[in-house]
Ligand binder design. Sequence first.
Ligand code: ATP
Length: 339
Amino acid sequence: MSHVVLDRITKRYAGHTALNGVSVSVEQGELLALLGPSGCGKTTLLRCIAGLTGFDGGRLTIGGADMAGVPVRKRPIGMVFQSYALFPNLTVRGNVAFPLTVRKRPKEEVRARVAEMLDLVGLEHLGDRLPNQLSGGQQQRVALARALSPRPEVLLLDEPLSALDAQVRHRLRDEVRRIQHQVGITTVFVTHDQAEALAISDRVAVMNAGDIEQCGPPAEIYTAPSTRFAAGFVGNRNTLELDAVAGRVTAGGAFDVEAPAPRVLCMFRPEDVELAKDGPGARAVVDVTVFLGATTRVYAQAGPSVIFADVPSRAAAGLSPGDEVRLRVAADHVQVFPA
Ligand code: ATP
């Protein structure tokens, strides 16, 4: 049985449905990312698991136990929010000890556990500092140590890295993953950042308008989005709206795929566009090239559309605006949806 089971959870606010019958399970030790745009309901779902928000319909179990009527403090969870929410008057050690001292754990146990937690998050040397003497990244490590110190069964993280600058955010993202693995704790991680969701999780649940559109491992979400929304939200994609001819779409020879409707949306990634000087494919004219390091992004005008392609910089070296090129995309790299 899955560790956390959400079964058809619905939540309404005056005249507005925030969660529309969401079902998803999290396995023991798994990290599930809830990914979606602002307002899709991911925070509401996390708060329902925590017991901070009640829901109108559905069922939630943790470790097989129904959470109906179980207050926040009795749930086997630890939480970290975007704002560090540390106690400003307590030292790092005091913050991490807090959940244990309120539970009246013996002093020796508290001391040992705090030392273990500070070691886990790499802050042994800062135990006597106050929160305002720490960087944002350090404060978030303390928040994580505090959430984990009472050994919760489930860790809930609500955009814990959003307030940090890019470099710190990336480092701490990998660090959160390492710590989660090491502790082996079942985790739900809310984010609107698709790169973060793909990098950190075992599975990603893509949310839209109060529902989960697709749930699967990062590679599957990235390469095989099952809905138009998931395809558009995760990663960069070219999107062409095209008419089918005899049940197929060909995009001027760039690809040849079956059409599920007379008018369709074709979506494909820039790294899946093959670009050649001649040969088969759709004719296009180079508009702009943008050097990105290992790859170069080439914008090319193909009929009425501008296509962008990410090609190895070595292959793009000879290209200039105005050059004629051929574009091809392998059929299995094109996602097709009814327009
Ligand atoms: P964000 O990333 O912006 O936090 P989110 O995906 O986490 O977005 P939620 O905060 O879960 O979204 O909100 C889902 C929907 O429910 C939104 O339309 C929001 O306006 C609405 N909502 C959330 N909390 C309340 C509330 N207390 N009262 C009324 N509506 C609410």
